[in-house]
Design a protein around this ligand. Structure first.
Ligand SMILES: [Zn+2]
Length: 185
């Protein structure tokens, strides 16, 4: 069995053990990712769960907000902080459809969140072991437990469909521009 946290014994957890509740919360994160998708944003959704209840929700909205920090995790954690009236999210879990980036991993450490469960790995920029290992870095004074793979197929299909669609749109745009240039000659 492989584990994202194999170098840090204190947070060693098998990646395959997910509960029915875990799946329920990830399904809500997927529904939020679909809202991002409908706005032509990269489809990523996240929820923060505390005591078995969702206390924060977010989806990626960087383009529509002109805000590079408006990642799903950031939005969900801001929402949770306000709802539980605390800047620390002790004993909470974040469910997110894609492995957190370095910015969001930093945020997770600052929030003192207990655990993150994500669906798909991000091999290019994932900070939970894929490209960087920032969630349980020994230099941090707080380590976040990370588990990967819950509903991975569904989330990676959604992401690839998005990027495929975006590539097709870009191609069509280029073609249209080329046609306009030709007709103006
Ligand atoms: Zn991020």
């Amino acid at each position: 069995m492989t584990n994202l946290n194999e170098n840090t014994e204190n947070v060693l957890l098998p990646i395959t053990e997910f509960s029915a509740d875990d799946e329920k919360f990830m399904r809500r994160a997927i529904a939020l990712a679909k809202i991002a998708d409908s706005h032509n944003e990269i489809p990523v959704g996240a929820v923060v769960v505390c005591d078995g209840k969702i206390v924060g929700e977010g989806f990626n909205q960087s383009i529509m907000n002109n805000d590079p920090s408006a990642h799903a995790e950031m939005m969900a954690i801001r929402d949770a902080g306000i709802k539980i009236n605390n800047y620390r999210l002790l004993d909470c879990t974040l469910y997110v459809t894609l492995e957190p980036c370095p910015m969001c991993a930093g945020l997770l450490v600052h929030s003192r969140i207990n655990k993150v469960i994500f669906a798909s790995k991000d091999l290019k920029t994932g900070a939970a072991g894929s490209a960087f290992s920032l969630l349980n870095h020994e230099k941090h004074n707080h380590q976040v437990i990370a588990q990967a793979g819950l509903l991975n197929d569904e989330c990676s299909t959604m992401l690839s469909a998005f990027f495929k669609r975006r590539r097709a749109e870009k191609k069509a745009e280029k073609k249209q521009k080329a046609t306009i240039n030709l007709s103006s000659d």
